[in-house]
Design a protein around this ligand. Structure first.
Ligand code: PGA
Length: 251
């Protein structure tokens, strides 16, 4: 099996201020774990230039939380891949459940965004995940397949070579109801298998993060599972010590 470098990504969502961005990044920089875990911060778009300045020379990567599926032009309110790259972003979260369920991004839009970002030099963190009623109805695997297949159909399997996937059960996000390590492992191994049906090598190398109420005290257990390669961290990434403890747990 490939040795996959663990990745821990902060998803700050629509939280913070100039002051808190500086304070959090200062704290992260002071106690960063070694090079055996990759650490990434996905900041609100307006704070990306500030975060880029704060992170200059540090090993912490910078990412965005969403991006336009278009290159440039008359798309009021949107931010392009090139704009994010100009400010030092290397990653972008695509298809987060809040984008899907609050802002109505369908599988097709998510696929377009993934395709455009991956094709133009940003690494996508593609989020997949079922809602509670879908899990209860026993259709989790069907939902995950549909979400994944839409992206593979649009972008091709080769586009996943340096992409990242995040499994984020919607019922676990921001609720405190973390998936059990076994539930996470089951979904992660299913996702890896779906990719392996197209390309074994890519399936073996791709990092699959778990997201949904990861905390300092449950991270190590989750990250110990064979197919869990790190985490996408919401609430706990807004507290310096909690986030650093989660990064440590991924080593
Ligand atoms: P949470 O969010 O850690 O607050 O549950 C995770 C996410 O939405 O990425």
């Amino acid at each position: 099996m490939t040795n996959r470098l663990p990745l821990v990504a902060a998803n700050w969502k629509m939280n913070g201020s100039r002051a808190s961005v500086k304070e959090l990044l200062d704290g992260f920089k002071q106690n960063l774990p070694g090079s055996d875990v990759e650490v990434l911060v996905c900041a609100p778009a307006i704070y990306i230039p500030l975060a880029a300045d704060e992170l200059a020379g540090s090993a912490i990567g910078l990412g965005a939380q969403t991006v336009s599926e278009y290159a440039a032009g008359a798309y009021t309110g949107e931010i392009s891949v090139d704009m994010l790259k100009e400010y030092g972003c290397r990653y972008v979260i695509i298809g987060h459940s809040e984008r899907r369920h609050v802002f109505g991004e369908a599988n097709g839009t998510v696929a377009n965004k993934f395709y455009f970002a991956q094709g133009n030099g940003l690494k996508a963190i593609l989020c997949l995940g079922e809602q509670l009623q879908e899990r209860e109805a026993g259709v989790t695997e069907q939902v995950l397949s549909e979400q994944l297949d839409a992206v593979i159909a649009k972008a091709g399997i080769a586009a996943f070579t340096d992409a990242v996937i995040a499994y984020e059960p919607v019922w676990a996000i921001g609720t405190g109801h973390t998936a059990t390590p076994e539930q996470a492992q089951e979904a992660h191994s299913f996702i890896r298998l779906q990719i392996a049906r197209h390309d074994d090598h890519i399936a073996d190398g791709i990092r699959i993060l778990y997201g949904g109420s990861v905390k300092a005290d449950n991270a190590a257990e989750l990250f110990s599972m064979a197919d869990v390669d790190g985490g996408l961290i919401g609430g706990a990434s807004l507290k310096v010590n909690d986030f650093l403890a989660i990064c440590q747990a991924a080593r």
